[in-house]
Design a protein around this ligand. Structure first.
Ligand SMILES: Nc1ncnc2c1ncn2[C@@H]1O[C@H](COP(=O)(O)OP(=O)(O)O)[C@@H](O)[C@H]1O
Ligand SMILES: [Mg+2]
Length: 255
């Protein structure tokens, strides 16, 4: 049976907004929804998908494959959360960029073998980040609800249109519901993109990262995990209503 593989890049423009967190957790969430996923580190200069996932010192990486020193299969690792990881190298030794053609060649080899290829892109709107956007069919834009991140996301969105990469929508990360941040409708209007979902500011995320685990695996009941599950469900056309922990609800009432 031939599987239709969706190739989706997660990009942001601005750095540090939560790309790698989203990729590692969407992979976990989709795996729990019975989808097969390959998470690819498209961030070859400052790779950190492997670090988020707890195996920073991969013996063979995407760098070796691109350099012609290893076969693709040798650089793929099965994560206990139920998906496959194609990591990049964290050492300076093999530092290099990949162009979009090289990435397309890699994706072609993987297409048909999984439901999703999720690509963690580099920060910025330079060659490296754009190579991943260009090589993918679909894009998830991630931003924080603040103007500096939003202006970069807008530029990214315009560039994606030029490449013909379908912009699925925006994930708003680190939502704190303060009066200074952009509301979801304001983000939607600013970017002219549908909201795929939001992820609240949640200390369980940093706790999970320090344990080198996706938060969806580390603490499935955490507010962030619940919202990531609902984003994953939306991607496959299913419904998932985030369950708010009772303590959060109580705290909300008290406020
Ligand atoms: N929803 C969240 N709640 C709290 N902290 C978060 C959240 N999302 C991300 N972070 C923090 O932000 C940092 C940067 O996230 P990361 O996914 O590495 O960003 P990027 O890949 O875009 O550079 C993480 O180390 C984590 O501590
Ligand atoms: Mg990152």
């Amino acid at each position: 049976m031939v599987i239709m593989t969706r190739i989706i890049t997660v990009a942001s423009g601005k750095g540090g907004v939560g790309k790698t967190t989203l990729v590692s957790n969407l992979a976990t969430a989709l795996a729990s929804l019975k989808k097969s996923v390959i998470a690819v580190d498209g961030n070859l200069t400052t790779a950190n998908l492997g670090i988020h996932l707890g195996i920073p010192l991969y013996p063979v990486t995407l760098h070796d494959v691109l350099n012609g020193d290893a076969r693709l299969n040798d650089a793929m690792y099965y994560h206990p959360a139920g998906f496959t990881v194609l990591p990049a190298d964290i050492s300076l030794r093999k530092l290099r960029l990949a162009n979009s053609h090289e990435l397309v060649d890699i994706f072609y080899k993987l297409v048909g073998g999984c439901d999703f290829i999720l690509v963690d892109s580099a920060a910025g709107l330079g060659k490296e980040a754009l190579a991943a956007v260009e090589a993918s069919d679909e894009l998830i834009t991630i931003t924080n609800p603040e103007l500096p991140a939003l202006t970069d996301a807008l530029k990214l969105s315009n560039l994606a249109n030029r490449f013909g990469t379908h912009n699925l929508g925006v994930v708003v990360n680190r939502v704190r519901n303060t009066k200074h941040e952009f509301s979801l409708p304001a983000v939607e209007e600013f970017l002219e993109l549908p909201i795929l979902g939001k992820i609240p500011e949640d200390h369980e995320v940093s706790k999970a990262i320090s344990r080198k685990q996706p938060v969806v695996m580390h603490n499935p009941k955490a507010a962030a995990s619940q919202h990531i599950m609902s984003i994953a469900a939306k991607l496959i056309g299913e419904e998932y209503t985030p369950r708010t922990p009772l303590t959060t609800k109580l705290f909300g009432w008290l406020k």
